[in-house]
Design a binder for this molecule. Structure first.
Ligand code: AMP
Length: 288
């Protein structure tokens, strides 16, 4: 695996590869890699000639400085995992390389409602910082395909819009959520869960699964039923004293708008965010 640390070097390397007709797949990450990240690498390898992974803990997307300080850094084992997965190139830039003139966002994009709701409401500034770094990374790597996880559903939707607004020549491929055996969505933050919180954290995915089953059982679902189902999950989750719930939402999976009236073909996604044992977890599930 080739390790590249500067934008100039990655651009030169990609230029050569593209001249040879190679298709480039790219999975940006913040490291502390787990099977979820590696599944993106595998999918990229199946669909492209060259796979690039970046590891960059982006300071501008942490709305909580403590979360940034505590973010796990495991570079040695990350590199071992990437080598084992046959990743071709690791892009490993420094903060100074990505933000040579400082962290200020000079021309933030406007994602409207998409970035204001759910995570946008609870983590102000997060999406502006995320979009800022993803754009810089896309301009450096110029991939044919960008691999992102459904785990961060809203993030992927915003990146699709970023690609559209900036007219970038890359296609976002949304990859399924990798879960632990008991159903907990894999996350770099899971290592910070103590034993009791880890055991309880499984309730998030359990509730999403039973919600999906209950929606599927109903021959027709209207807006009122959706609101009731949302409330039921919220009440159940808040009934566990271990959880501090931020949101439970059932939304239109294409727009993230609340569903009031819906046709049989409206795609639905349920999304949750909650704290447990000092760790903020998110999860989501497509309902239909
Ligand atoms: P992160 O390092 O948390 O910024 O995540 C980097 C990429 O990996 C993002 O596209 C995430 O959505 C994706 N990812 C994180 N966790 C998972 C998971 N459990 N399954 C699939 N993809 C994931």
């Amino acid at each position: 695996m080739q390790i590249i640390k500067t934008i100039q070097d990655i651009q030169n390397q990609i230029f050569i590869l593209k001249k040879e007709g190679k298709k480039i797949g790219f999975a940006p990450t913040m490291g502390a890699l787990h099977e979820g990240h590696i599944s993106l690498i595998r999918q990229s390898r199946r669909e492209n000639d060259v796979t690039v992974c970046s590891i960059f803990v982006n300071p501008t997307q942490f709305n909580d400085p403590k979360d940034f300080e505590k973010y796990p850094i495991t570079l040695e084992s990350d590199m071992q995992k990437l080598i084992a997965a046959k990743c071709d190139i690791l892009f490993l830039p420094s903060v100074a390389e990505m933000y040579p003139t400082g962290l200020k966002n000079h021309k933030p994009l406007d994602f409207g409602f998409l970035a204001e709701t759910l995570e946008g409401e609870w983590r102000p500034g997060h999406f502006a910082g995320m979009a800022q770094i993803v754009e810089k990374l896309l301009l450096a790597v110029t991939p044919d395909r960008l691999y992102m996880g459904q785990k961060d559903y809203q993030q992927a939707m915003i990146c699709t819009d970023l690609i559209r607004q900036r007219k970038l020549k890359t296609r976002l491929i949304l990859c399924p959520i990798k879960r632990e055996k008991d159903g907990l969505a894999m996350s770099s933050r899971n290592v910070r869960l103590d034993k009791k919180s880890r055991a309880k954290a499984v309730e998030l995915s359990k509730l999403l699964r039973s919600l999906k089953a209950s929606i599927r059982r109903q021959p027709t679902v209207d807006g009122r039923r959706i609101a009731e189902a949302e409330q039921r999950v919220y009440d159940k989750l808040t009934s566990f004293p271990e959880f501090k719930v931020e949101y439970v939402a059932i939304r239109n999976a294409k727009t993230l708008k609340p569903v009031k009236t819906l046709s049989d073909t409206t795609p639905l996604v349920a999304l949750v965010a909650a704290w447990i044992g000092g760790v903020r977890l998110i999860d989501n599930m497509l309902l239909r």
